[in-house]
Design a protein around this ligand. Structure first.
Ligand code: NDP
Length: 298
């Protein structure tokens, strides 16, 4: 058996196409151009690449992109002042402070200073709480982009997820925990595993849906996977190769997993492209909510 490849790159391209259409309509019918502000503090090379890519894709779907670069020596108060300025800027509907921030800055304090309505990363404690409590309407959360992208791929591939056993390996605030909440909201039976979980291979073997968000190259082996399971590999790990830049692998040993799983996301080209596409989707949603306009169905 060889697993079906879940093509996140193609799905993300389709989502961006729908977003471009929705943005065109918002401009024409409501004079509304969604705007995303990204703040980068310091010169972390990976962050610079992400920020450039976010800016480019924001413009490509017709939205406004505002980039704010601040020096490595920026103080917490200076960054808080920047967030406050963006909170009050009506052309900015989404604010993202690229993580990690330098050590002198408390990232929780910064995230929680963002207006929750503009928190397109979905990391604010209010949005985490709304996700946890299943908020609807005015109380609907902004959902963190990576788990939102994983959910879209799962629903596209499997349809209704109700009653399936889901195991999420990883319990970070940005991936593992919100992923578990989203799967629970779709009536999966959810197990969250982590570094202290006993007999992780056996726990994973119970999963109809296995989400790996660990940050350890190819940790999850083929014989940890239930035959026919759907595997979502969130991990992005650079490992050595003949190529000086190294190569990217996920948290799942893909070649082995392909022999057992029913479907699997590749790395690269699986979850990764979905993250930015969902950031754009969240910005459109945020702009619509702030303008009192019905958000497009994506
Ligand atoms: P964190 O380091 O914040 O969390 C890792 C989690 O994995 C922790 O909960 C940790 O458990 C758990 N873990 C670590 N080692 C083991 C182990 N041996 N067995 C079981 N669980 C273990 O990582 P993130 O959640 O931020 O990211 C996870 C991965 O996803 C990374 O590779 C990252 O690069 C990638 N990523 C990809 C994105 C994308 O766009 N595709 C976006 C965000 C992240 P404990 O809590 O007990 O320490």
């Amino acid at each position: 058996m060889s697993a079906t490849i879940i093509d996140g790159k193609a799905f993300a391209a389709g989502l961006r196409g729908k977003l471009a259409e929705a943005v065109g309509q918002l401009k024409a019918e409501h004079g509304l151009t969604p705007g995303l502000a990204v703040v980068l503090v310091g010169e972390n090379p990976a962050s610079q690449v992400y920020v450039r890519s976010k800016g480019k894709q924001t413009v490509e779907v017709g939205m406004n992109s505002f980039e704010h670069k601040m020096p490595m020596t920026t103080s917490q108060n200076e960054l808080l002042a920047k967030v406050d300025e963006l909170n009050h800027d009506p052309s900015v509907h989404g604010i993202l402070v690229q993580l990690p921030v330098p050590d002198q800055i408390d990232d929780h304090a910064i995230i929680n200073a963002i207006n929750p309505a503009k928190d397109v990363d979905g990391f604010h404690v209010i949005n985490a709480g709304r996700l946890m409590t299943g908020g609807k309407g005015d109380d609907a959360p902004m959902v963190p982009c990576t788990p939102l992208g994983c959910l879209m791929l799962l629903e596209d591939h499997l349809g209704n997820l109700s009653g399936l056993n889901a195991v999420v390996v990883g319990r970070s605030n940005i991936v593992g925990k919100p992923m578990g909440q989203l799967l629970l909201s779709r009536s999966c039976t959810v197990t969250t595993a982590h570094s202290r979980t006993k007999d992780l291979p056996e726990v994973c073997r119970g999963a109809d849906i296995l989400v790996a968000a660990v940050g350890r190259p190819e940790m999850i082996k083929g014989d940890w996977i239930k035959p026919g399971a759907t595997v979502i590999d969130v991990g992005i790990n650079r490992v050595e190769s003949e190529n000086a830049k190294g190569r990217l692998v996920g948290d799942v040993a893909t070649a082995e997993a392909m022999q057992v799983a029913g479907a699997i996301t590749p790395v690269p080209g699986g979850v990764g492209p979905m993250t930015i596409a969902c950031l754009l989707a969240n910005t459109v949603t945020a702009a619509c909510r702030q303008a009192g306009v019905e958000a497009p169905r994506l």
